[in-house]
Design a protein around this ligand. Structure first.
Ligand code: 4FM
Length: 251
């Protein structure tokens, strides 16, 4: 899978791309990350990428021409044998909330174009003409879309086959709508605190039941809103009722 990232600050990506799982995914060729400096597409002597807003107001707006030229140049770069669809995605607080579901949807593409906004906005005409989709990683305002693009890249890349162990993807939080069970590793006793004995018992059925109940307990305590959409069995519901759940949590 190929990620094209359009940014005024390509240097912000060198750390995250050169460590751990993403580094290995790039080295193995499972993902390709191409950084594009929007400033390279300016044409004036001062390499101006932003300007003051029409109508007045605070801050600066990203100019249409360099950003549009950059997006068009990137879309004209071929990728692999098939020229598949590559959605152009702007990271901004105005976007649709980026969730695990959206990550799974994006992982189906051969290529993503991630546009990092900066300053107080992007000229609206670029959005209208060249942006297919806007995504937000949460209800807060960053200084630019770069960190959000890294979040999207990280969450999507790990869903690409071979990037991480396949079992961890299906087992993890949010894939079936429940939070994860607590994990323990050696030593069996740490600072006087023992690992739950069931995990050392060797009874696989009991371990599975304990873990399921831990997940239900934890989801009820921390994210009761998730229970409305979670895949629950009759036994899950019966257990949750023993914990005081009445099945009416607002989403
Ligand atoms: C601010 C990008 C203004 C573009 C930013 C404009 C953000 C977020 C974010 C900064 N991106 N989720 N939250 N970006 O704050 O994705 Cl126009």
């Amino acid at each position: 899978m190929r990620f094209d990232i359009l940014t005024l600050f390509p240097g912000m990506f060198s750390g995250p791309l050169s460590e751990s799982i993403i580094k290995r995914a790039i080295q193995s060729g499972r993902i390709t990350v191409a950084l594009h400096d929007i400033r390279e597409y300016t044409t004036d002597r001062h390499r101006t990428a932003d300007d003051t807003p029409y109508g007045g107001g605070a801050g600066m707006v990203m100019k249409a021409e360099p950003l549009a030229a950059c997006i068009r140049a990137v879309l004209a770069m071929p990728h692999g044998a098939v020229a598949g669809v590559a959605p152009v995605i702007l990271l901004s607080p105005d976007g649709q909330l980026f969730t695990q579901r959206v990550a799974a949807e994006l992982a189906q593409y051969e290529r993503l174009v991630l546009v990092c906004g900066r300053y107080e906005g992007v000229d609206e005409r670029v959005r209208e003409v060249l942006i297919d989709r806007e995504l937000s990683i949460g209800d807060y305002v960053l200084t630019g879309g770069e960190l959000a693009a890294m979040v999207v890249l990280d969450a999507v890349a790990r869903l690409v086959p071979g990037v991480i162990d396949a079992a961890s993807i299906t087992e993890e939080s949010h894939s079936d709508g429940l939070l994860e069970y607590p994990q323990y590793t050696r030593p069996a006793v740490w600072e006087g605190r023992a690992v739950p004995p069931v995990l050392i018992s060797g009874h696989h059925g009991e371990v599975a039941r304990w873990r399921r109940r831990q997940r239900l307990q934890r989801t009820l305590a921390r994210r009761p809103d998730l229970l409305v959409r979670a895949a629950l069995t009759d036994e899950d519901r019966a257990y949750l009722r023993t914990l005081g759940w009445c099945g009416d949590d607002a989403p």
